[in-house]
Design a protein around this ligand. Structure first.
Ligand code: NAD
Length: 253
């Protein structure tokens, strides 16, 4: 299997896209550490069938650097190494219909604290180990909203733009240490959070997606992990600082 022998941390893996990513990464042979601020039991139950005792859940808040250092140490103690990190945790659920003048400073700062500073925090908690190993793969989850703009969520779009910019910058700093850093930009994907955000508009949005994507169908969580597994694997060792759009062929970059 392509990720055989690898240890991968998936942040925000307790539900939604992170859960689908954790399962697919485990199916590809990796030992997965699911890091989340909420209970990871549901994902661990799914992972259990893919190799009892192999995977673990670790509590971590991406805004708390010291807590993350302890969480990463817990993974390293249990697994002996950390080869891959998927920075998927993000503030997305409940983010819709927020005109930019009505976003409060508190909402703006919380968005940046989780979506931007969170990526920086988890990355700097993991990179000492990766530097020591001389090898590592980091995949940051951005969004195609950065490419097309999206009304009613300007703080979210700005945060995901920063995730891409940070990726490019980190790839330069970490490349000499053998650590590759890339971004995946998913288009609208039918996680529970997306469906909740869209509410009654879901049907109309699905029709719009069918009409504007090359594949002509809504994207599902299981559509995303393949690209991430490629980026975690040695097949992509010459790829760093890149953004790969996974959206069924809707946006162009
Ligand atoms: P979701 O809200 O279901 O998942 C987010 C996960 O992040 C949850 O498990 C949550 O507990 C975790 N999280 C939130 N704050 C955290 C914190 N402070 N510390 C640790 N974990 C925290 O949303 P989703 O649809 O599964 O999206 C997952 C990621 O993909 C997000 O970064 C989102 O912005 C991004 N994304 C989603 C879509 C989409 O259409 N669903 C499209 C593009 C990008």
């Amino acid at each position: 299997m392509i990720l055989d022998g690898k240890v991968v941390i998936v942040t925000g893996g307790a539900r939604g896209l992170g859960q689908a990513i954790a399962v697919a990464v485990a199916e590809a042979g990796a030992r997965v550490a699911v890091l989340d601020v909420i209970d990871t039991a549901e994902t661990l139950a799914l992972l259990k069938d893919l190799g009892p005792g192999q995977h673990l859940g670790v509590h971590g808040d991406v805004t708390d650097f010291e807590g993350l250092r302890a969480a990463v140490q817990q993974v390293a103690d249990a697994c002996g190494a950390v080869h891959g990190l998927i920075n998927n945790a993000g503030l997305y659920k409940g983010v819709h219909d927020m005109p930019f003048e009505e976003i409060t400073e508190e909402q703006w700062d919380r968005m940046m604290a989780i979506n931007v500073k969170g990526v920086w925090n988890v990355t700097r908690a993991v990179t000492p180990l990766m530097r020591e190993q001389g090898y590592g793969k980091i995949v940051n989850v951005s969004s195609t909203t950065v490419l097309v703009g999206a009304a009613g969520m300007s703080h979210y779009v700005a945060s995901k733009g920063a995730v891409f910019a940070l990726t490019r910058s980190l790839s330069r700093e970490l490349g000499p240490a053998g650590v590759r850093v890339n971004t995946v930009m998913p288009g609208l994907t039918m996680s529970q959070a997306s469906m909740d955000n869209l509410g009654p508009a879901l049907g109309a949005v699905e029709q719009m997606v069918n009409a504007t994507t090359a594949l002509g169908r809504p994207q599902q969580p299981a559509d995303l992990p393949g690209t991430m597994i490629y980026l975690l694997s040695e097949l992509s060792d010459a790829v760093t600082g890149q953004a790969i759009v996974v959206d069924g062929g809707q946006s162009h970059w």
